[in-house]
Design a protein around this ligand. Structure first.
Ligand SMILES: *[C@@H]1O[C@H](CO)[C@@H](O)[C@H](O)[C@H]1NC(C)=O
Ligand SMILES: *[C@@H]1O[C@H](CO)[C@@H](O)[C@H](O)[C@H]1NC(C)=O
Length: 371
């Protein structure tokens, strides 16, 4: 395979990408000619848009953001538990570039733009999905919105990696059939973040996440003042459950296929973390990607407010500590109560006074050998 790479340099990225994972895993990839499938699992306000772009910007990746949004918005009185198998089956089809599954969720005259947040996918804004290589999202919106999904499927097939980012999954067990499917070579990247920082970010966006919160909370009648804490409890519980399933007692088909990353490690050392993730999924680090990562994590803004759902250059370290000065200690205490167990497992130290909270020289991130 090394010889192969030197002989056809044009396809070297794809070949390298396909060759690497086989060295690690005696996987079931025999039937899918080296294609790698990645689920980026995360939760709201945890840096998953940035992480999604880390994949989307890579030339070997076909990326879609949160396709389960279509499932959650299609039915009346949706509940997360009820919809999880529909979500699982949607993901399975999309990972295999079968977009006919979208018929259930799309209007008859589907366009590329029917796909949720389609312009954040580089692959949907460049050939073969689009006739041009769009320079930014607004140009993509203008020039790349064609009728039908044939070109989308083609684009999906011509990339060595299909990556789906999802925030609407709360456990791993429903994914077991995908991990055992001989047509898939699935890797799970699980992105978590300090629950206190997540809470602060949610708190700064009143109302915006209400629709999803109702579904996470299974339509239960919960006092408005408690909703955020209840959602945090669910999210933290799901981190625990996923981590325990994958690390503490993994079934054999899950071994070597799960990697957890903490937002804060990413913020402190983005290039190293991204390199590790690329290696885990068999993607090559490129000069362009290195530059993009540097630019995006070393900006000046704090990234709050209007651009809440965009990936803009910002100071990643500053963003990850913002909760310590901006959140009242009473709220911090509540979050620590509902998320204590998860925080301990993931290596986030609790603070026991307002003074501790505001003492920024006190590092709350514990060193953790996460897989
Ligand atoms: C997007 O790119 C197009 C083409 O280069 C340019 O004309 C336009 O000003 C850009 N828009 C934004 C918002 O950057
Ligand atoms: C980012 O913020 C941290 C903490 O406030 C500061 O030490 C660092 O110099 C900032 N970096 C840039 C590039 O502004």
């Amino acid at each position: 395979q090394t010889l192969h790479v030197t002989q056809c340099s044009q396809t070297s990225t794809v070949l390298l990408a396909a060759a690497k994972p086989r060295l690690f895993l005696l996987s079931n990839s025999a039937q899918n000619d080296g294609k790698v499938h990645v689920l980026l699992l995360s939760s709201w306000r945890s840096g998953s848009s940035f992480m999604g772009q880390v994949f989307s910007q890579h030339p070997s990746v076909f990326y879609l953001m949160e396709p389960a949004w279509h499932v959650w918005t299609k039915v009346e009185k949706p509940r997360a538990g009820l919809l999880r198998m529909a979500v699982r089956d949607l993901l399975r089809s999309l990972l295999q570039c079968d977009f006919s599954v979208m018929d259930s969720y799309f209007p008859e005259n589907a366009h590329v733009s029917s796909l949720f947040m389609w312009t954040v996918s580089r692959a949907l804004c460049s050939p073969p999905a689009c006739s041009i290589t769009a320079r930014n999202e607004s140009q993509c919106r203008q020039k790349c919105d064609v009728k039908g999904l044939q070109k989308v499927e083609k684009a999906c097939r011509t990339h060595s990696h299909v990556v789906l980012k999802e925030v609407r999954l709360f456990e791993l067990k429903s994914l077991y059939p995908l991990l055992q499917d001989p047509n898939l070579d699935l890797r799970i990247v699980h992105l978590v973040r300090d629950p206190r920082a997540v809470y602060r970010s949610r708190d700064a966006l009143p109302g915006k996440l209400m629709f999803d919160s109702t579904i996470v909370l299974e339509q239960k009648d919960i006092p408005a003042a408690e909703v955020q804490y209840s959602v945090m409890q669910e999210v933290c519980h799901s981190h625990l459950e996923i981590y325990e399933t994958a690390i503490l007692k993994p079934p054999p088909f899950l071994e070597g296929r799960y990697k957890m990353i903490r937002y804060e490690d990413m913020a402190r050392n983005p290039l190293k973390e991204v390199s590790d993730i690329y290696q885990f999924v068999g993607l090559e680090m490129t000069k362009q990607m290195e530059e993009w990562i540097y630019k995006t994590t070393h900006g000046k803004g704090k990234g709050t407010g209007k651009q809440a759902f965009q990936v803009i250059p910002r100071n990643a370290t500053q963003v990850s500590e913002a909760w310590r000065t901006m959140l009242p200690h009473s709220k911090v205490k509540r979050v620590q109560e509902v998320c204590g167990e998860a925080m301990e497992l993931l290596g986030y130290r609790s603070v026991h006074s307002e003074e501790e909270q505001k003492r920024l020289d006190l590092d709350l991130l514990l060193v953790r050998e996460l897989r």
